[in-house]
Design a protein around this ligand. Structure first.
Ligand code: SF4
Ligand code: SF4
Ligand code: FES
Length: 286
């Protein structure tokens, strides 16, 4: 008889969310509970395959009796809590966080941000035209992916994916301090001189498009990138016996990028260079 491994049953905790009594499995974050209740809480640095980093603070909520606002992505639900997701204080804090980010970083390829700026009436322009934190050309130093740090919000997700949480290559880290802090490879060298193995697992988790497939970067530059015209098909990588799942993003009958389902219990969205970038032979029609 086949036995299906099930997760350990978890006790349900009861607490109040925006005035309604809700129940969430023990260990859930407030963000888990908000999503289960259909509440739209913005997130940027939260990654469903990574430990919370609490870097962006756009997900904050108000917990009755707490001195400070709490990041929903990392704060665990507790019995009897009273949580509010849409108070004046929460809205004001999210507005300022969005203004600080959008005034200093190019968020034009960050999903949902345009809607959030509108929803929270954020006005990034009030910090003036010189608020950009980084002002440099995208780094195009290899054929596989591009690093455009004008779009980097320093969420650390790429560092964690490259480091001990997944890839264990430790090719990238945070260099500099304060306003000079930035993501870099050792000695700020080109990627080709670094420990990078081109798994693209950092690209998979980057929330802003600061890291992107070279194919996507080129198509955006040419004005031909059209996500709405793309299909996504999940299949099995044929390169080896591990059998990772690949999601092929196809536009005009060409694969334009490859992602991997985050809910796969073995790979959690991670791939190696072959699965992530080795698809050209599929469409080499010459
Ligand atoms: S492609 Fe892989 S090895 Fe290279 S920096 Fe990204 S996560 Fe690290
Ligand atoms: S490059 Fe992307 S994943 Fe890495 S810190 Fe910047 S925004 Fe986050
Ligand atoms: S999403 Fe919660 S702190 Fe960034």
């Amino acid at each position: 008889m086949t036995t299906v491994p099930l997760g350990i049953p978890r006790r349900l905790l009861e607490f109040t969310l925006d005035g309604e009594q809700v129940r969430a499995p023990e260990g859930s974050t407030l963000l888990d509970a908000c999503r289960a209740a259909g509440k739209d809480v913005p997130t940027l640095c939260q990654g469903d395959t990574l430990a919370p980093k609490n870097a962006c603070r756009v997900c904050i909520v108000e917990v009755e009796g707490a001195r400070t606002l709490a990041p929903a992505c990392s704060r665990r639900a507790e019995p009897g809590m009273e949580v509010r997701t849409d108070t004046e204080r929460v809205r004001h804090s999210r507005k300022v966080v969005l203004e600080l980010l959008a005034s200093s970083v190019d968020l034009s390829t960050t999903p949902h941000v345009a809607d959030w700026l509108k929803e929270y009436e954020a006005k990034p322009d009030r910090f003036g035209p010189d608020a950009a934190r980084v002002d440099e050309e995208p780094r195009v130093d290899n054929d596989l992916y591009v690093r455009d740090y004008d779009k980097c919000i320093l969420c650390y997700k790429c560092v964690d994916a490259c480091g001990d949480q997944w890839q264990n290559s430790f090719a990238i880290s945070v260099a500099g301090r304060g306003f000079d802090a930035r993501i870099a490879v050792e000695h700020d060298a080109p990627l080709t001189d670094s420990a990078c193995v081109y798994c693209g697992n950092c690209v998979e988790v980057c929330p802003t498009g600061a890291l992107s497939f070279k194919s996507e970067f080129d198509m955006r530059a040419a004005g031909t990138w059209d996500a709405s015209a793309q299909t996504e098909t999940t299949t099995v990588c044929a390169y080896c016996g591990v059998g990772c799942n690949l999601t092929l993003h196809v536009q005009d009958n060409e694969i334009v990028k490859v992602t991997s389902p985050h809910d796969n219990p073995v790979t959690h969205g991670n791939l190696c260079i072959k699965g992530r970038f080795g698809y050209q032979h599929v469409q080499n029609r010459d």
